[in-house]
Design a protein around this ligand. Structure first.
Ligand code: NAD
Length: 245
């Protein structure tokens, strides 16, 4: 059974990691995917693999104008948006004293404002049965040392997800958040090179390893699918047990 036959899915941060794995999975299950990323070459090469109805659009999610253009392009092409996966994000290392104001503002813009912009412009084009998934993080559930801006942004995405779910339930739109633990993607690759850090992180994961991006894509697909028809406002943790102990 193809869960997403003829569904239109807009995915941000689709050129890499969790977004790319989700674009591939949704397309395999029948979706027309719109891949949005700053890295338009990466998005275009994935889109080329995913068949004629996939398209890639260059977009800086921290720009309201870019998101407005993204949503317009998707609607011009397909007439509606069934699934919105707000996934683009950047990390940021430092305490509140270490981090500079410009970086704080950038992290909040890319990780939080982007979600509002996409919802603001997309929801009017989402029919009943639509689904939004926002990528938060377990860093948004409890402070991770020296991730002040990231913790703040992801915590806000979690509660904003609940607000969206409540506001748009009567429109027939479900909204849920994914909270990954440690996933093997370029965002964590740098930190994983630091001596001992990978081992230290993995020692705190009951399953004993980081996740592969495909293990996040399968959760996103569930939340975006009819299988989750009664699931809205949920914060879905997929962290190998990290926050369970
Ligand atoms: P990734 O670096 O592989 O992918 C992120 C993608 O977002 C990249 O393709 C990048 O070009 C794009 N991007 C960054 N800034 C952008 C912008 N301003 N506009 C448009 N695109 C932009 O990382 P990932 O691990 O797949 O991250 C996806 C999401 O998962 C992020 O929101 C991240 O915070 C979250 N997350 C990741 C982990 C992890 O361990 N990897 C854990 C928890 C949450």
């Amino acid at each position: 059974r193809k869960r997403f036959e003829n569904k239109v899915a807009v995915i941000t941060g689709a050129a890499s990691g969790i977004g790319a794995a989700t674009a591939r999975l949704l397309a395999r299950e029948g979706a027309h995917v719109v891949l949005a990323d700053l890295n338009d070459n990466g998005g275009a090469s994935i889109a080329a693999d995913l068949g004629a109805t996939a398209m890639a659009i260059k977009c800086d999610v921290s720009s309201a104008a870019d998101i407005e253009a993204l949503i317009k392009a998707a609607v011009d092409r397909h007439g509606r948006i069934d699934i919105l996966f707000n996934n683009a994000g950047i990390g940021s290392f430092g305490t509140s004293v270490e981090i500079q104001p410009a970086e704080w503002e950038r992290v909040i813009a890319v990780d939080l404002h982007s979600v509002y912009y996409a919802c603001h412009f997309a929801i009017p084009h989402m029919p009943r049965g639509g689904a939004i998934v926002n990528t938060a993080s377990i860093s948004g559930m409890g402070g991770d040392y020296r991730f002040a801006a990231y913790n703040a942004a992801k915590g806000a995405v979690i509660n904003y997800t609940r607000a969206l779910a409540v506001d748009h339930a009567r429109d027939g739109i479900r909204v849920n958040a994914l909270c990954p633990g440690l996933v093997v993607t370029p965002i964590t690759a740098g930190a994983q090179q630091l001596p001992g850090l990978k081992e230290e992180w993995e020692s705190r994961i009951p399953l004993g390893r980081a996740a592969q991006p495909e293990e996040m894509a399968s959760v996103v697909a569930f939340l975006a699918s009819e299988d989750a028809s009664y699931v809205t406002g949920t914060i879905m943790v997929a962290d190998g047990g990290t926050t369970a102990h």
